[in-house]
Design a protein around this ligand. Sequence first.
Ligand code: XMP
Length: 513
Amino acid sequence: MTANKEWILVLDFGGQYNQLIARRVRECSVYCEIRPYNKITPGEIRKLAPSGIIFTGGPNSVYGEGAPQTDPEIFSLGIPVLGICYGAQLMAYQLGGQVTTPETREYGKTETIFEQDCPLFRDLPRQGITWMSHTDYIERLPEGFQVTAYTMDCPSAAMQRLERKLYGVQFHPEVLHTENGTQMLQNFLYTVCGCTGDWTMRRYAEAAVQELREKIGNGRVLLALSGGVDSSVCAALLAKAVGSQLTCIFVDTGLMRKNEGDEVEAAFAQWDISFVRVNAGERFLSRLAGVEEPERKRKIIGEEFIRVFEAEAKKLGQVDFLAQGTIYPDVVESGLGDAAVIKSHHNVGGLPDHVDFKEIVEPLRLLFKDEVRALGRELKLSEVLVSRQPFPGPGLAIRVLGEVTPEKVALVQEADAIFREEIARAGLDGSIHQYFAVLTSLRSVGVMGDERTYDYTVALRGVTTTDFMTADFARIPYEVLERASSRIVNEVKHVNRVVYDVTTKPPATIEWE
Ligand code: XMP
């Protein structure tokens, strides 16, 4: 919990949009936390005194065996409740209404009529599109409730019991397809719950610095800095809080993008922290010599990373805290385990076992990715780091197909740098979520001047995605591809062909290995 007075409790009933609801609430400048529906009692809620409660949707039917339920006392705490989809059905059911499975389910964009005065829909049009995704519906409202919206198939698309501040909506206001959905949530937060919107990154940064100072005292903190957004912002926050008590170990694997190691070092040169850069490129490359199999490469890099990190950490002797850049989606997905969640670090393949520390600190564990970036900007962290696109821990080793050699790494670095330059020059860097060059290790015949060539093919990849689980290939204009291609074959030795990857994920993955 942060020290925010205003906050919203999002009770999670297993809906696919649970994090989206939380993000929308925070976009309205109100802090919120997601808790599993069965991990908090009405007594605890009373003590924590949220300004309001939102029930998420969920895949169950309220009648189903083992369907998630709350203690109905929650409706009598005097705290406003907004139930969304399953949350609304549950509210209806637990307060004595009736929920039924009709013949047809309602799914997708649905014309909705907002017929009654309701604070949620204040100042909004009386008719509009909402996003529906439900099988059951509320057939009979509980006593004291009134219908506030309906659709052709759903007579109770929204309901309220004004004097008890209980509201339900069958549709999903958090999904952007719902017209004015964010406004409806904002109405709930500001008009019903009385929030004023005190959640800003400036205040968060101040409170987090204070908290970290209290927790860490005179202790020493160690952080493995990868140069990615999360670990960089984590470093910046700790630097502000405890300055010289922080040691960042930055393992330069030699497998980063062109100039990236230097950029990371330069970004931290201004801070009064102890920054250790380990140039381990040769070590990594010699371990990778002769290895072609992608999973093997990943494993080697993960293990080697830990070894280098541990060796360096040991030189420091006892540290008191190991810092990690765990962020809120990791916390939510791990079921909000009560103990600190140790991120099975996707980047480095595990955490050091042999580093001597007392406790873990995770100063970003309450933040979503876009909030982490906003915090980085608030802390004046270099924009190069704040807006960095995702980069895999094994780095360019998985963008050189097959065996990795220093020459091939240098080659893909050059091609990648040119591609990135051209994307930036075309102003596309904000809209393409990840883009890079791959050295395919395939050689083909070409002609340059009067000479026949037999050289490498570089593949360019650009994707748009919301969560990196699925992705579409980016529709990069031909002119931009043309410039990148022509520069790459002209400026990068031993490349005579450039192709653009036009597969989606699935069936392809974003990376080639
Ligand atoms: P794929 O290739 O699985 O990639 O579609 C999805 C996203 O994950 C990134 N990625 C990694 N990130 N360590 C990481 O930290 C890895 O081993 C790794 N492999 C893939 C990839 O860049 C993309 O953003």
